[in-house]
Write a protein that binds this ligand. Structure first.
Ligand code: NOJ
Length: 563
């Protein structure tokens, strides 16, 4: 496969609402992002992905768009976005925006027309269906819980489809005019000089509509909608069409939120695939049961983690290129997910960074991850903003959990864990905003955990991420770390996770103790150089036996110097 700029990049994901507030209304904005570009540059990342900033009633954090061409005033103006593109360009930073085209907001003018003027062409922009005797056409469960069908006000026995919230009606991709509108909109933004897009929920655009009551897989009598709307036959025609008409002529970077089955990966990320790369969910959703009920505990082990990461690496490198991530705006903080609470410290944070940043693919760092930001503990349900958290809480109660148990469960995995304001310094609201009314609680640990403190501390998690990025981009190891093959390394000790990156005769070996107990590993003679390690020293004896302390990580190479 050919070299590309986006394979050599490291992406920084921004959740604008929580990143930096410039006008002190308690909500982050585009001018705030502009004021922090230097920080992003200092970290070494050279692409930013900004979550949706389009006009939106914010039912689902901006993933409910009411005008694709307008920046929402809470985030600023269209001119602010132009300025962001300009300033980012001066710093050699590319900008990706979010592309949400499976659905719009119900406040989008198309949907409003469809509702109030059923005879207009906009009726067919969405999926309206007659019910069965006043009941929905089927018992599909929307991804956020409850029926995926909403009765149309003032019409009898008529429903519209929404795979997410009822304020996010699904677009009808079968309608050619809808597709034309979407492609024109994508090109409008790409023509402004965007680097590309992160593409939301795209596997859902083709529906296999069936009437009836299907076997339920929950307490609610409903059935998982994904069986009928994920990656359905025929979707490939539109995905190809979209690429040919938009991304390809612009040579864009595209990363799709698409958990593609291995046997179909080739179509998506192969040489002439629909996208540059896709996000895999197998290791970030390792703690989510198949039903999507994340209030339920799911048991996972590091053996499962290894299997999922390694399988994805091997399959992906066989077909094309991958996107690497441990966090995003839909996930809780990785340190809380993967590391037992009593072992959350800078060592384990750096170990997780080492684990994912050196795999084969383009790394995505989510704002605050580079500081080791942690989950927040909300005292009551009202403290949560996220619509999915509220619906999970409801489902947890229906399932039979007591209110305190349900609150505990949603606290653990709420998407608001990663949406709390960015922790910049020790000032009011962690330097995010001077408002008395910040839209979501600031994590109270900000006096100890903030960017300002970490920038000046050479041993900080921030500086560790910076070094990892530097190794990948500007060191004698950069070609191996970017383009080298991924090779799993087997060791009889299950508690050590090992992998190699290899390019011709150059090899980099990543050694990770994923447990809280000491482990041993014999290092082969060929590895003479240490690239990076997360403790202050390395315990290697004459016989080349390495003692690995809790969550220790060491990266070695067979060239570059002496160990
Ligand atoms: C995935 C987005 O990442 C998530 O935040 C959103 O709720 C859904 N898609 C629906 O757009």
């Amino acid at each position: 496969m050919a070299n590309s700029w986006w394979k050599e990049s490291v992406v920084y994901q921004i959740y604008p609402k929580s990143f930096q507030d410039s006008n002190n209304d308690g909500i982050g904005d585009i001018k705030g992002i502009i004021s922090r570009l230097d920080y992003i540059k200092k970290l070494g990342t050279d692409v930013i992905w900004i979550c949706p900033v389009y006009k939106s009633p914010m039912d689902d954090g901006g993933y409910d768009i009411s005008d694709y061409f307008q920046i929402d005033e809470m985030f600023g103006t269209n001119e602010d976005l132009d300025e962001l593109l300009e300033k980012a360009k001066q710093l050699d930073i590319k900008v990706l925006m979010d592309l949400v085209v499976n659905h719009t907001s119900d406040e989008h003018v198309w949907f409003q027309e469809a509702l109030h003027n059923p005879a207009s062409k906009y009726r067919d922009y969405y999926i309206f269906k007659e019910g069965i005797d006043g009941n929905p056409p089927n018992n599909w469960r929307s991804y956020f819980g409850g029926s995926a069908w909403e009765p149309v006000p003032n019409e009898e026995n008529m429903f519209y489809l929404h795979a997410f919230t009822k304020k996010q009606p699904d677009l009808n991709w079968e309608n050619e005019e809808v597709r034309e509108e979407i492609y024109a909109m994508i090109n409008y933004w790409l023509d402004k000089g965007l680097g590309g897009f992160r593409i939301d929920a795209i596997l859902n655009i083709k529906k296999r509509l069936e009437y009836g009551i299907f076997e339920s897989d929950g307490e609610d009598g409903l059935a998982f909608i994904g069986h009928w709307i994920l990656n359905q036959p025929g979707i490939e025609v539109w995905l190809k069409e979209m690429r040919e008409r938009t991304f390809k002529p612009h040579n864009s970077m595209t990363v799709a939120e698409a958990d593609v089955p291995n046997e179909r990966l080739d179509e998506y990320i192969g040489e002439d695939g629909y996208y540059s790369m896709v996000f895999d969910f197998s290791y970030t959703d390792i703690d989510v049961p198949e039903t999507g009920e994340w209030f339920k505990d799911s048991q996972w082990t590091w053996t499962d983690m290894r299997t999922n990461i390694f399988t994805n690496q091997l399959v992906t490198q066989d077909k094309g290129w991958g996107a690497l991530y441990l966090e995003n705006h839909d996930q809780p903080r990785s340190i809380n997910k993967y590391i037992p609470e009593e072992w959350i410290n800078d060592y384990s944070k750096k170990m997780l960074a080492t684990l994912f940043m050196l795999l084969r693919g383009t790394p995505f760092i989510y704002q605050g991850q580079e500081l080791g930001m942690t989950n927040i503990e909300m005292a009551s349900l009202e403290d949560f903003d996220d619509v999915a958290t509220h619906s999970q809480y409801k489902r947890a109660l229906e399932y039979g959990l007591a209110p305190e148990q349900a609150l505990k469960a949603v606290n653990k995995r709420s998407r608001d864990n990663s949406r709390t304001p960015m922790q910049w310094n020790t000032q009011k609201n962690a330097g995010f905003s001077t408002s008395d009314n910040v839209w979501l609680k600031v994590n109270p640990n900000y006096p100890e955990l903030n960017a300002e403190a970490q920038l000046t501390n050479q041993q900080s998690v921030f500086n560790y991420y910076r070094q990892l990025i530097e190794l990948r981009k500007n060191s004698v190891y950069n070609d191996v770390l970017i383009y080298g093959q991924f090779l799993p390394v087997k060791d009889k000790n299950e508690h050590i996770l090992l992998y190699e990156r290899q390019l011709e005769d150059k090899i980099v070996l990543v050694i990770l103790n994923v447990t809280a107990t000491e482990q041993e590993y014999y290092v082969d003679e060929q590895y003479q150089q240490v690239l990076i390690n997360n403790y202050e020293d390395i315990l290697l004896d004459q016989s080349r036996k390495l003692r690995l302390r809790p969550f220790e990580s060491i990266v070695l190479a067979n060239y570059g110097g002496q160990l």
